[in-house]
Design a protein around this ligand. Sequence first.
Ligand SMILES: Nc1c(/N=C/[C@@H](O)[C@H](O)[C@H](O)COP(=O)(O)O)[nH]c(=O)[nH]c1=O
Ligand SMILES: [Zn+2]
Length: 361
Amino acid sequence: MSDTHYMQMALDLAAQAQGQTNPNPMVGAVLVKEGRVIGFGAHLKAGEPHAEVHAFRMAGEQAEGATLYVTLEPCSHHGRTPPCADLVVSSRVKRVVVAMQDPNPLVAGRGIQRIREAGIAVEVGVLEEQAIQLNERFLHNIRTQRPFVVVKTAMTLDGKIAAHTGDSRWITGPSARTAVHKVRDEVDGILVGIGTVLADDPELTTRLPDGGGKNPTRIILDSSLRIPETTKVLDTTVAPTWIVTGPEHDEAKATRLRERGVRVLSLADRSVLHLLEELYKQGITHLLVEGGATVNGAFLEAGLIDKVMAFIAPKLVGGATAPTPFGGTGFAKMSEALQLRDLSITVYGNDVCIMGYPDLG
Ligand SMILES: Nc1c(/N=C/[C@@H](O)[C@H](O)[C@H](O)COP(=O)(O)O)[nH]c(=O)[nH]c1=O
Ligand SMILES: [Zn+2]
């Protein structure tokens, strides 16, 4: 079989751990000898063995003379596990095929160099585009030291996220909402504004049809700590909850919330950029922003959206004052609008999801 066949297998293996490996990338590895797969593996959790380690353990002595397919350059630095590049060299494989070089400036190219210096042939770039796409969150983290921000909106065909009364249940149907919960399962944090909490009293937990799924940290932007103490998100037995507030807030209320296990972060700098830098420091590498309009508008105007998932339901609710997905001031000219690129359009029951990336070109 071709190199792309085995690299596809390695990419598919890597993708099984979507959302589990944060802050590490997803990586898959396959060992092949005389046309037979003799070992494979995926990195499953930060701190646990890397994909190559699993593959070599499975292959044992047979690895000598085999070909290794790996979706990311084998690491050359001593992280929480010894360098895979050393393992590759000592296993005496004949050839290594790598989808993409590690973008981490600390290691970029060193792993490949060490393997080549040992006289092993290394080919780089097989299914590189797919490998980059798979680790879009990790690559963004490395490049920006910020969380990868996905803004998800759900609106009616006439562009409303709720009726003029605030009622919003439901706009999209069950399969669209399941798609959203799959994203919740992958991310580290889900962020909404206090307006959404006051309007919907959301749980912001992951509820997949077959159960399971991990609950992301729930992050509420609430600058004057208005949150009612009876809201569902304050039940920290189901998932962690962080409230981001401003310096002027009721300290007694903050203390009561902390006693319930809620983390209260007080940020003097209210910019979206500072918020993201702080959340990244707190371990949030992948962030789902579920609005409402004010929060989405702030992220849009700050230019800090990395991916958009816009769900549209074929229903009309009308209402000149009914809220739309992005509030704030907005751009003055259509030519200033944030253009999305690399679009994918998916149908979920009667609903449509347009997914794309800001075209910052
Ligand atoms: N109204 C809708 C949404 N509404 C999105 C937010 O306004 C809700 O408060 C939040 O998703 C509720 O979270 P929960 O309590 O955990 O279910 N989002 C959607 O995709 N479709 C909708 O029809
Ligand atoms: Zn490694």
